[in-house]
Design a protein around this ligand. Structure first.
Ligand code: AMP
Length: 283
């Protein structure tokens, strides 16, 4: 497994492989790898001959009061995981390589897709992600890139960005990897105290209960969502959002239609830890 830091090196590796007609799949991460990331790597292997994983904690996607400083950084362990998974190349740029030290003249604006969910709650978050992913796609130029459904809104934004900016690659979405008790795996789960970790799976349980009721015929689930949010608050969760959204435009949908697909998406805080989760379902 190669570990490369510079843009020239990663471009060289990928171009050489593509000249040999090898397909290259790219899995961008912020490190602190867990089974969710590994499932993306395994998915990527089904589509390509060589896997590039990037590990870079992108400062542009953290707000001023967010956890950039304390975000878990476990590079040696991450590299070992990558080795075990048969990753071909790990790209580990630093801030200087990604952003230089000079003034920036361009920013990415995102329209309707960024109004709700995390786009509504975390100003600048998806602009920061779109910026870094845009740069990473231009740097690595893979044939395929794999992202997780865990960040469904992110996937939609990146898919739209690929379409509108004509990135020459195919996006693949991998399903959410969960712990046995249902909690969606996340690097941020490391922040949870034992008590919070024991409580956390309740979120997915409440979401599943909602989907069951909807699929049993409840087409206007707003009051059900309110009840579930109250139940979560009573246990110590702090709610951000809990709602059904359209699959492509990421807009809230209060009245659901039979036969349509939606995403039930939520964000909560447990103590200082922000948890997000979603379920894609058909009515
Ligand atoms: P991150 O390192 O958190 O930026 O995540 C890197 C990639 O891993 C993103 O495409 C995420 O959607 C994906 N990912 C994170 N957690 C999970 C999970 N539990 N299951 C599947 N994919 C995940």
């Amino acid at each position: 497994m190669k570990i490369v830091q510079s843009i020239g090196e990663i471009r060289g590796v990928v171009k050489k492989l593509q000249l040999q007609n090898k397909k290259v799949a790219f899995v961008p991460t912020m490190g602190a790898l867990h089974n969710g990331h590994l499932s993306l790597i395994r998915r990527a292997k089904k589509h390509a001959d060589h896997i590039v994983v990037s590990i870079y904690v992108n400062p542009e996607q953290f707000g001023p009061n967010e956890d950039f400083g304390s975000y878990p950084r476990t590079i040696e362990r991450d590299l070992e995981f990558c080795r075990q998974e048969g990753v071909g190349t790990v790209f580990t740029p630093n801030d200087e390589i990604m952003y230089g030290s000079g003034e920036k003249f361009f920013r990415i604006e995102i329209d309707v897709l960024n109004k709700h969910l995390d786009g509504g709650s975390r100003p600048g978050y998806f602009q920061g992600i779109a910026l870094v992913v845009n740069k990473l796609f231009n740097i690595v130029q893979p044939d395929i890139a794999v992202f997780g459904q865990k960040d469904y809104q992110q996937f939609q934004i990146i898919q739209q960005m690929v379409n509108e900016f004509n990135h020459d690659l195919e996006l693949v979405m991998a399903p959410i990897e969960r712990a046995e008790d249902g909690l969606a795996l996340s690097s941020r789960n490391a922040y949870l105290s034992d008590e919070e970790r024991a409580l956390a799976p309740l979120l997915f349980k409440k979401m599943r209960e909602c989907v069951e009721e909807i699929q049993a015929g409840l087409m206007e689930p707003q009051s059900l969502f309110k009840t579930k949010q109250d139940e979560l608050e009573a246990k110590g969760f702090k709610n951000d959002y809990f709602n059904t959204f359209s699959m492509n435009r990421m807009e809230p949908v209060a009245k659901l239609s039979k036969g349509e697909r939606y995403v039930l998406a939520t964000a909560v805080y447990l103590g200082k830890t922000r948890l997000i989760d979603n379920i894609i379902f058909e009515c």
